[in-house]
Design a protein around this ligand. Sequence first.
Ligand code: COI
Length: 361
Amino acid sequence: MSLTFPLTRNAQPKTADQVASVLADPGFGTYFTDHMAVATWTADEGWSGSEIRPYGPFQIDPAGAVLHYAQEIFEGLKAYRHADGSIHLFRPEANARRLQTSAARMMLPGLEVEDFLTAVTELVRADAHWVPEPEGEKSLYLRPFMFADEVFLGVRAAQRVTFSVIASPAGPYFAGGVKPVDIWVTDSYARAGAGGTGSAKCGGNYAASLIAQYEGYQHGCSQVLFIEATGKDRVEELGGMNVFLVTADGTLITPALTGTILEGVTRSSVLTLAAELGLDTDERQVHPDELFSGIREGRIVEAFSCGTAAVVTPIGSFRTVEGEWRLPENGLPHTMAIRNAILDIQYGRVPDTRGWMRRVV
Ligand code: COI
């Protein structure tokens, strides 16, 4: 049976002035709305207790399994306000399916696509006044997540799990806005290995990437690019985003999904839109030397990262201990065309011919 998420209203919601001040400059991931979606799963009873309730802390027992063995997964998607005031989600079914894939890998329970959609829809409806106006590419970032909260220290799949969705008004992910970002290519750390959890959206992957990201900060970069762990012969992805390279003849290259890379919803949307913009696309293995020599010799003329939070963000350079490979400052025509094409759909500035948008308000 499908889950319902009945609303218990927050008796002390933020005032209109407080909401307006957050929406004026939301940043990323700092402020949260008045409500959250929650459901609980047990091995005996399946899902129950689904509701939208006031935003607030969970009570987690010190022996709660997630605190010890990191059995946790999450998603990221956004709600966009269109010029007529309506609110839409972008491809939420893709996030729902990916949560199922991640759950299977991490021995967490499956959540029906329909139940995922109900949870995010009802949360956005409850907090609709938190969805910013479209100016400045603002949106309401939605963070569905699931974690093991059984009180048990044995190492096995938890018998009790919590699913939740929280919402956070968002501006650009990178502080500098759409300016090209510099990327550190780490030689010291790997994000994932064959048979590991690289293709699951689990917190552990992000925890493992932090040290490399800090290495990047120390070299003046805002993100890190990971290379395949064993042979060091394949470009994989950034700390929290997929990567694309654009060749001089207008081909978009992105690392193939080899099981160690997250299958990004924005990545797949970019591949579809690129073809429609008349660009060739090539999903394949990319050797780091191909990246560096391609930039040096003018075969690779643009690069960008993409993800729900980052949308499409141009890359200015790749750096390693050996040097810097800077992309030409040529106005980034393909990157910006892709970026605008995706934003135009998300903000309803062009017709949604692919059925990607789901109206919720
Ligand atoms: C997203 O883009 O939604 C992510 O989960 C990545 C994270 C860097 C914010």
